[in-house]
Design a binder for this molecule. Structure first.
Ligand SMILES: [Zn+2]
Ligand SMILES: [Zn+2]
Length: 275
């Protein structure tokens, strides 16, 4: 069965523009993606504060219209416990329409966090989310497998993973640095499409904040390190901070990205995977 990746957002956790800030380039929703099979079976990867607008977009897409379930999605998976990646879960509670518990595939650390903090615990106690803890691989459906790939990232609440779909797509919106992840080249090399953390392009983008407090690989480092892998796969940059010049297609950084064979993700881009 064919699967379609539908990119639902491409901004860092605060969105673009952020509250009280003008941002750069076109507005972007917070980073997330859905994988939709031809029969309409749907996995949502990261549930952002923008989830209502993101599901509304999904409802207009071709494969999603084949759905028979009354739930918004069949499966949820989460990269980690920072605000842009899971707080949209509030929309799956008893205040909102949802016919049955949604299978929610997360690491043991994320499961523990959800189970021991409100309002998330109420979603589990009320049978709105059916949490399954582990790293996979799990076969969610015919044509849809999921594996969680641990990566280093500020772990004040939970650990962090990249999300591997069918060993074809790697969704990796947050990582502290490539050096700190020994498996980086091997994992990126085994996927045909990779959506990678490109929060910042330079160290002086956000006056008054130090990147030592919010570490991420810089775009130039990513291009240099993985450029040799770009010929055989799509390397797509996402999770852009509102300050990142890569938001502007006419910036020098955007030119460097294209010259290195990479792409900048855009909201609602679709990628068809072979069945
Ligand atoms: Zn993030
Ligand atoms: Zn994070």
């Amino acid at each position: 069965m064919n699967a379609t990746v539908i990119v639902l957002g491409t901004a860092q956790d605060g969105g673009n523009p952020q509250l009280g800030s003008s941002g750069r380039g076109r507005p972007r929703l917070v980073s997330s993606m859905a994988v939709v099979l031809d029969d309409g079976t749907t996995l949502l990867a990261d549930v952002t504060p923008d989830v209502r607008a993101q599901i509304r977009h999904l409802e207009g897409t071709a494969p999603y219209r084949h759905r028979r379930s009354r739930n918004a999605v069949d499966h949820i998976t989460l990269t980690h416990g920072h605000m842009g990646h899971y707080t949209g879960l509030v929309q799956f509670g008893r205040e909102a329409h949802n016919a049955a518990a949604v299978s929610t595939w997360v690491t043991p650390s994320m499961a523990e966090y959800l189970g021991s903090n409100q309002p998330w615990r109420a979603l589990i106690d009320g049978a709105h989310l059916d949490v399954r803890a582990g790293f996979g691989p799990w076969d969610l459906s015919d044509g849809l497998s999921l594996r969680l790939v641990p990566v280093p990232h500020r772990a004040e609440f939970t650990d962090t993973v990249g999300i591997s779909i069918n060993d074809e797509v790697l969704f990796l919106p947050d990582i502290d640095s490539w050096e700190a992840w020994p498996a980086a080249e091997e994992e990126i090399g085994r996927h045909r499409v990779c959506l990678l953390d490109a929060s910042f392009a330079s160290l002086d983008e956000i006056p008054g904040r130090s990147l030592a407090d919010i570490p991420h690989p810089l775009v130039g480092d990513t291009l240099e390190r993985f450029g040799h892998l770009a010929a055989d796969r799509r390397l797509i940059l996402t999770h852009l901070n509102h300050s990142n010049p890569a938001n502007d297609p006419d910036s020098a950084v955007s030119g460097q990205i294209r010259a290195a064979g990479f792409e900048v993700a855009s909201d609602f881009m679709e990628i068809l995977l072979d069945g």
